[in-house]
Design a protein around this ligand. Structure first.
Ligand SMILES: [Zn+2]
Length: 133
């Protein structure tokens, strides 16, 4: 079983060490080296549309899985409770479908934000209108 330890940092260091998940809550980002041994740096933003980060007893969990399709190794794994769980490699079709699902999620999220903003500004306009009288 491969383990990955949690290391909380303010800034992600330039050089990452294998076997650690560096997490900056301040900047909403995590980084680690690809656990296959290829030493590529994997940066995972932590926000509502990218990854969710959770820690239990200093053991990190990232959700959803990490798929390094852009790397030659194409590693795909989960980080769950400080353990690397290897997942099957995705086919081209699965990668494309995964990207489409992400795109949908993004659109939905920004769409909701826009609506919220619109509502707020309407309310503000109304308040300004009332106060002016
Ligand atoms: Zn790799």
């Amino acid at each position: 079983m491969e383990r990955i330890k949690l290391l909380k940092v303010h800034y992600l260091p330039k050089e990452l060490e294998e076997g650690f998940l560096y997490v900056s809550n301040e900047f909403g980002v995590a980084g680690h080296l690809c656990p296959c041994g290829c030493k590529n740096k994997i940066i995972t933003p932590i926000d509502p549309i990218e990854w969710a980060f959770k820690e239990v007893n200093d053991k990190p969990t990232l959700y959803p899985s990490i798929g390094n399709w852009q790397l030659p190794c194409k590693s795909h794994y989960w980080i769950t409770n400080g353990v690397i769980e290897w997942s099957s490699q995705w086919s081209e079709k699965q990668i494309i479908e995964g990207r489409q699902a992400e795109e949908e999620k993004r659109k939905l999220y920004y769409g909701n934000l826009k609506n919220k903003y619109k509502k707020q500004s309407l309310l503000k306009r109304f308040i300004n209108f009332v106060l002016r009288k």
